[in-house]
Design a protein around this ligand. Structure first.
Ligand SMILES: [Zn+2]
Length: 640
């Protein structure tokens, strides 16, 4: 964000990276650790918040429960069992997943725990059938070097992934259980990151390290970043679910900006003389009668279903609700999100956005009069809903405005696709964790540590060096391979085609060619790895020209169902066999007979020139040369 001096603002960012592990089965059962299109049985549940050992209930959990939601779970039998349905206790923790996490811990020089204790972490948004997520710390401390800076690691955790949300219908939320229980590694850094770009670099470095274990999943949704962001005088905000790395700087920028703006609002309100006492005195006023004839759709809808319109004066708040706190989001939107979450209303209407929503200037005038609002000095908020919800919503609005007097409230926010965020829920209290009694603590044995050594990722620099030495790749290309999501696939391809294709061609296909196609807007990420390897196989066998690989990959990106064979066929790229090549060469040789007789074998260049003009891209050059030589010799031999 231009104009923001991050260092001067005292920006502090911590990352929490969640990456799915590529294990043979899930964390607490033997179901395959992968998503499926299979449909399955459906069952309904309602969740209740459970008490922690200390007897208190997490306020966030309690709140979700009060919203009275029902959860509908879709359980494909091929990928779920009684464990996911919470009808059978969890099985012992997946040893492979623990070993991979320990391997990562070794690379980060973290202190590995003596015993792994599985804990339950309350989640009540329905994303887990049991009402909690199982999680286990495997290591503490450690560090990663990024751009000459040491970024401390706080914890390394293995935990189960949540169920996959399919959608919502009224109070019913649909979840699919295939993802539930897929092992995740979670790496949390200390909040020492100082700029948006640095946050991205650290995420990249951790992502690279994880990829180099060779045991992580790839593709959208397999890695998710949570961030915590604060500025001096602001508050720690948790931001959940950033799926794309490129979005990290934008998310940090926007959150810093939001905190800066909220602090400005705080100063402004104090300057204007707004106090908590003044807010404590405001009362909602029933405006139903006044607005009974309103043309506003929002109001008409509420009144039709027996609801009311309540209004409240917000003293000295003129212009504040309309202030932008991040691109496309006003302070009024922040207040509305609280009202939605805590009171379950669809939204609020505030005076800074009026006239609008079908509410006329005349109506505004009368509302202001009844509420005692001085226009140009005070503001007001309207809520149209059932009386109970509307009253609750007004309370929430006042509560949120009181927070504005303090600056930035501590909250959990959800990352959106455009890099902005929105209020999700309050930050969870410490009552969230309690021991999982169904799984005994597992000691970290010498055996397990030996097994973990297999997964310790090599330092990226060493891997680059190896690629340069073993395959003669340029350093740039080797670095791009290490940073590529398909790292493992590329290395396997380099080994497989050693001797039949130049390594720089193989690596270049994955890095340069696919990047070019992405530049044209094609979704190359969705092409299955096997198909890309098949394309190279066809080139190696001489079935298609080297230059054809790009258009075949492009075709596969556009036609996800097509096989490599079908792509080659559809594009007319099939290379000619020997017989067809012979036919073409016989014709050319006949035309050039006199020249051949005159020049002898030196006519080769001439024949090849003609032949390649006809066959380039359609036949293998080496084959054409071979046939050309034969045919020339035949002509010369016949002359006898
Ligand atoms: Zn299962």
């Amino acid at each position: 964000m231009p104009g923001l001096d991050y260092k001067a603002l005292g920006v502090k960012v911590g990352l929490e990276i969640h990456q799915q592990l590529d294990t043979t089965h899930k964390l607490f059962c033997e179901c395959p650790a992968e998503l499926t299109d299979d449909e399955g049985d459906v069952f309904l549940r309602m969740l209740r918040p459970t008490r922690s050992e200390l007897g208190d209930v997490d306020p966030a959990a309690l709140f979700e429960w009060r919203r009275g939601r029902m959860y509908r779970y879709h359980a494909p039998p091929s990928h779920t069992c009684l464990v996911e349905a919470d009808e059978e206790p969890p099985h012992p923790i997946n040893r492979e997943a623990v070993a991979i996490a320990l391997g990562v811990a070794m690379a980060l020089r973290s202190t590995i725990v003596d015993e792994i204790h599985v804990m339950r972490k309350t989640v009540i948004d329905g994303s887990n059938t049991s009402g909690f997520q199982r999680t286990a710390i495997v290591a503490l401390g450690g560090a990663i070097e990024v751009g000459g800076k040491t970024v401390p690691i706080e914890t390394i955790v293995v935990e189960e992934d949540a169920a996959r949300k399919l959608g919502e219908q009224g109070r019913i939320v649909d979840y699919k259980l295939d993802r539930l229980g897929i092992p995740l590694i979670e790496i949390a850094t200390a909040p020492v990151i100082e700029t948006p770009e640095e946050a991205k670099r650290v995420a990249l470095a951790i992502g690279r390290l994880l990829r180099l274990t060779g045991k992580v999943k790839r593709g959208l949704g397999t890695i998710r970043q949570d961030l915590n962001v604060s500025i001096r005088g602001g508050a720690k905000t948790e931001i959940k679910g950033v799926q794309r790395l490129e979005l990290i700087p934008k998310v940090v920028e926007n959150e810093v900006l939001r905190q800066v703006r909220l602090l400005e609002i705080k100063d402004e309100l104090r300057r204007r003389g707004l106090t908590e006492e003044a807010l404590r005195e405001v009362r909602p006023v029933d405006l139903t009668g006044l607005l009974r004839a309103s043309k506003s759709r929002v109001i008409k809808r509420a009144l039709k279903s027996g609801g009311k319109v309540l209004g409240v004066k917000l003293p000295l708040m003129h212009g504040i609700l309309g202030r932008e706190v991040m691109p496309g989001r006003r302070f009024g939107g922040e207040v509305a999100d609280y009202a939605r979450f805590w009171a379950g209303v669809a939204g609020i209407i505030h005076s800074d956005e009026l006239p609008g929503y079908g509410i006329t200037e005349e109506e505004i005038e009368r509302i202001a009069e009844v509420l005692g609002v001085v226009r140009g000095r005070d503001a007001f908020v309207l809520v149209a809903d059932s009386e109970e919800k509307a009253r609750k919503a007004i309370d929430v609005v006042i509560w949120r405005v009181k927070m504005a007097l303090e600056g930035v409230p501590e909250e959990t926010r959800a990352a959106l696709e455009d890099g902005t965020t929105r209020y999700m829920r309050p930050r969870p209290g410490s009552a969230r964790m309690y021991p999982e009694t169904d799984i005994p603590p597992q000691p970290v044995t010498q055996d397990l540590l030996e097994e973990a050594k297999r997964y310790v990722p090599k330092p990226p620099d060493a891997v680059v060096k190896e690629l340069v030495e073993r395959y003669g790749l340029s350093k740039d290309l080797a670095e791009a391979v290490v940073d590529d999501e398909r790292f493992r696939v590329i290395v396997e391809a380099l080994e497989r085609f050693k001797g039949s294709l130049e390594p720089s061609y193989v690596a270049g296909f994955f890095i340069v060619t696919l990047r070019g196609l992405r530049g044209e807007g094609l979704d190359t990420d969705s092409i299955p790895d096997e198909k890309l390897v098949e394309v190279l196989e066809a080139v190696a066998k001489g079935e298609v020209a080297r230059e054809a690989a790009e258009s075949i990959a492009g075709y596969l990106a556009k036609n996800p169902e097509a096989s490599v064979d079908e792509a080659v066929e559809a594009l007319g790229l099939r290379k000619m066999g020997r017989e067809e090549v012979e036919k073409v060469l016989e014709e050319i040789v006949a035309q050039l007979r006199d020249e051949i007789l005159k020049r002898g074998e030196r006519a080769m260049g001439l024949v090849m020139g003609r032949a390649m003009a006809k066959l380039r891209g359609r036949a293998d050059g080496r084959l054409v040369a071979e046939v050309a030589r034969e045919k020339i010799r035949e002509v010369l031999a016949r002359r006898g």
